[in-house]
Design a protein around this ligand. Structure first.
Ligand code: NDP
Length: 277
């Protein structure tokens, strides 16, 4: 394993926890590809992996990690409690399964994957996560796909503030209001589908900005995220793209580039609406 590239910034979470601003998204990394992907990612300098019980590959990831010989304390591992495991007892059991599958004692960040407002149990689920953090079983806790309404309810009715909210965020869906709300409440924004699942890569504005900086469209988009201050974890199974997606520190977008990227917002999600999941 190579040393942590000093260029990947660390973002502060509560209690002195630090999360690398770039990680690898693990959704749709198939089990047969896992060992190769983890090996390539570690060599490229990734130390942060974004996982979830729902992705069905935690066991394969845990196995690949042990085979790699990577030092646990150099890694940042996130996982998430799935929608069918909301509730206090259910969430604790889901966490234990995740811990066993990954083969780790302590997780770095554990999230509620979706609020599932129709089930009405995210506050109860959150209390379970608070307990896990108090016991030292996860270093930080947060949420995913929470709208401002869900966050306001959580903040009003719980003792611990979410360290992060992981939401769909890319140039076509920039979430400016929610990002401002996060900023006001000290919640770190994590961007899922940071490349819009590839949909933004052919945009003429992105292509032009990338060409001028002699980088790929994906690198230009990821650099935009970094300059906004969001945490990103693009998914790739390709060794070349895994390496390129963390090679983001030899160039910088200027104010004009950032303004032009800002103009691409269409204000429409491509993924599910958190209120109807
Ligand atoms: P991304 O925006 O990361 O896009 C991934 C797609 O882009 C893949 O098809 C990949 O193909 C391709 N790609 C990656 N890098 C490049 C590149 N440099 N050039 C061209 N194409 C590229 O979408 P995801 O939806 O996968 O999101 C990333 C991560 O976010 C997930 O893996 C997961 O960890 C998290 N997530 C969380 C959700 C939540 O509800 N909390 C929901 C969805 C995602 P290839 O593999 O062939 O390179």
């Amino acid at each position: 394993m190579t040393a942590q590239p000093p260029s990947v910034p660390l973002i502060g979470l509560p209690h002195g926890v630090q999360i690398p601003q770039v990680g690898l998204g693990m959704f749709k990394i198939d089990d047969p590809d896992m060992a190769g992907v983890v090996d390539v990612a570690l060599r490229a300098g990734y130390r942060h992996f974004d996982l979830a019980a729902y992705y069905g590959n935690e066991r394969a990831f845990g196995h690949a990690l042990r085979e790699s010989g990577a030092a646990r304390d150099e890694l940042f591992l996130t996982s998430k409690v799935w929608n069918t495991d909301h509730g206090h007892t259910e969430a604790l059991a889901a966490f234990e399964r995740t811990r066993a599958h990954l083969g780790v004692d302590v997780l770095d960040l554990y999230l509620i994957h979706w609020p599932v407002p129709s089930a009405g149990r995210y506050l109860e689920t959150w209390q379970a996560l608070e307990g896990l953090q108090q016991q030292g079983l996860t270093r930080a806790i947060g949420v995913s796909n929470f709208t401002r309404t869900h966050l306001e309810r959580l903040l009003a009715q719980s003792d611990v503030k979410p360290a992060v909210n992981q939401v769909e965020l890319h140039p076509y869906f920039q979430q400016r209001c929610l990002r401002t709300f996060h900023h006001e409440h000290g919640i770190v924004t994590q961007a899922w589908s940071p490349l819009g699942r590839g949909a933004v890569l052919d945009d003429p504005v992105v292509v032009e900005i990338a060409a001028r900086h002699h980088v790929s469209p994906a690198q230009a988009i990821l650099r935009w995220h970094l300059q906004l201050g969001t945490v990103v974890f693009p998914k790739s199974s390709s060794p070349a793209r895994i390496a390129a997606n963390i090679d983001l520190f030899g160039f910088e977008l200027d104010e004009d580039d950032m303004q032009r990227m800002r103009s691409l917002d269409r204000g429409r999600r491509t993924g599910p609406d958190p209120d109807s999941m």
